[in-house]
Structures are given as structure tokens and as C-alpha cells.
Ligand binder design. Structure first.
Ligand code: 6PG
Length: 240
């Protein structure tokens, strides 16, 4: 696995670096199916794109999907699509609705996992008979979860299904998201991690991935054919 670690002094320079990374890929790919991460970290990217990249990114060359969604309606503050709508789509009219393929958090989770999985099978290139994203963006929980696959359900990572239903260990809120099999099928995977709270987890995963393979789902991120990038601020990288 090719792994590249990019460290930035602050959020703005990380967003600029990540945007340049995507622009470079868009020089090569005629179209990119990108799986967006959820939580709060991507907010900075979406705000940056809305403020600085409206006329820079060829939006028509991107279709946005999600790596995971909380099983609540878009109006709920916890909904990942709702956050992207408020911070990006509502501010960049150049992004056409046909290029936004959200997970329906308001639907019955198992049915939605089936529905979304069949969309990915139909719309994405296939590799090893599984959907292949050009780019999967990932966040990192301070407990080592990613794409809403949590340590206490780590075996769900290796599900052969395209999409799975998981559950937050504390809130018990259900989530629909990609299986680890689909995450690792991507051509490029990019972790976006900010803040001191993630520093120890970042170190454990980058320095001792094998040691934590059975403990942290994020330690199982290992693109089969592609490249793994880390875009981090200095705080998140402070224990490397
Ligand atoms: C989710 C996320 C999740 C997230 C991490 C980091 O829906 O919960 O996709 O995997 O990326 O929890 O979240 P923060 O960016 O808020 O720290």
C-alpha cells in the first residue's frame, strides 16, 4: 500500500492542500465518484470550497456520494447530507442535484442499505465485482471508528455487502454506510483529520496498524489497489 502523509499548519492550508489534490485527480479522471465523510471535519472543506473554489473546481465532473449517514432525516442537525447541503450545496449552485446522491437517513435502515448499495453497483466502476470509488474521504473518530464502523462492531468491516447498517455504541443511533470492503476498493482513500484529540489515534494507526487491526476499524483501511493519503493539521499529527 502506498501511503502519503500531508501535514498542514492550520485548517485553511489543509483545505487548500486537499483541494489541490482533488484538482490534480480531476486532470486525470474524466469523472470522479467521491464518497464524502461525515461528522464535523468536512465542514471546513465545504466552507472552503464555498468561499474559494466555486469557479475553480469543475463540479460537473464530480458526483457526490456518502460513506455513511446517520438514520435521521436531512432536517436533523446530525444528518451528514444536511451538513453538506448547508455548508456547500446551498452556496455552490454550480453543483447540480443530479450529482448529489445522498443516503436516505429517513428511510428504514436495512432497506436503505439495500437501495444505496444497488445504486453504487449500478453507477460506479467495478473492481473485483464491487463498486470502486475514485476517491473515498474518511474521518477518524477518537475511538478509532471510521465510516460509522465502531470498535465494538469491528467485524462488520469485512462484510461482503456493499452497504451495511451499524449502530453508535452510546446513542444507539443507527447508521447506513459503506462496508470496509467497498472503502478498500477505492482508487484513492483520504483521511482528513484535525485536532489534538485525534493525535494518539493517528499515531497508533500509522505507526502500529497491524497491532491495532483487531481493535480499531480505521486500522483496517488498506486500499487493495490504490493509494492512502492523510491530510492532517499539526495538532492531529503532533504524536507522529
Ligand atoms: C460519522 C462520520 C464519522 C466521522 C468521525 C469523525 O458520520 O460519524 O463519518 O466516521 O468521520 O466520527 O468525526 P469528526 O469529524 O466530527 O471528528
Amino acid at each position: 500500500m502506498e501511503e502519503e502523509i500531508k501535514i498542514y499548519q492550520d485548517s485553511d492550508s489543509l483545505c487548500q492542500g486537499f483541494t489541490n489534490f482533488i484538482l490534480k485527480l480531476l486532470e486525470v479522471y474524466p469523472h470522479m465518484n467521491i464518497s464524502l465523510s461525515g461528522g464535523t471535519t468536512p465542514k471546513a472543506i465545504f466552507d472552503y470550497w464555498a468561499a474559494h473554489s466555486r469557479d475553480v473546481i469543475p463540479w460537473e465532473k464530480i458526483t457526490f456520494f456518502w460513506g455513511d449517514e446517520r438514520c435521521v432525516p436531512p432536517e436533523n442537525d446530525m444528518n451528514n447530507y444536511g451538513m453538506a447541503r448547508d455548508h456547500l450545496f446551498s452556496k455552490v449552485p454550480e453543483i447540480m442535484s443530479k450529482n448529489i446522491r445522498r443516503i436516505h437517513g429517513e428511510s428504514e435502515p436495512d432497506e436503505e442499505a439495500e437501495r444505496y448499495g444497488s445504486i453504487l453497483q449500478r453507477k460506479l466502476l467495478q473492481y473485483d465485482n464491487m463498486p470502486c470509488f475514485e476517491l473515498v474521504m474518511l474521518g477518524l473518530g477518537d475511538d478509532g471508528h471510521t465510516v460509522s464502523i465502531f470498535p465494538d462492531q469491528i467485524d462488520q468491516w469485512n462484510e461482503k455487502k456493499v452497504c451495511i447498517v451499524t449502530e453508535h455504541p452510546v446513542s444507539k443511533m443507527k447508521r447506513v454506510g459503506l462496508s470496509g470492503t467497498v472503502v478498500n476498493n477505492a482508487q484513492y482513500i483520504a483521511f482528513l483529520v484535525m485536532g489534538k484529540g485525534k493525535a494518539k489515534m493517528v499515531k497508533d494507526i500509522i505507526k502500529d496498524r497491524e497491532l491495532y487491526y483487531d481493535k480499531y476499524p480505521a486500522a483496517r483501511v488498506h486500499p487493495k489497489q490504490g493509494y492512502l493519503y492523510w491530510f492532517m493539521d499539526a495538532e492531529a499529527a503532533s504524536e507522529l
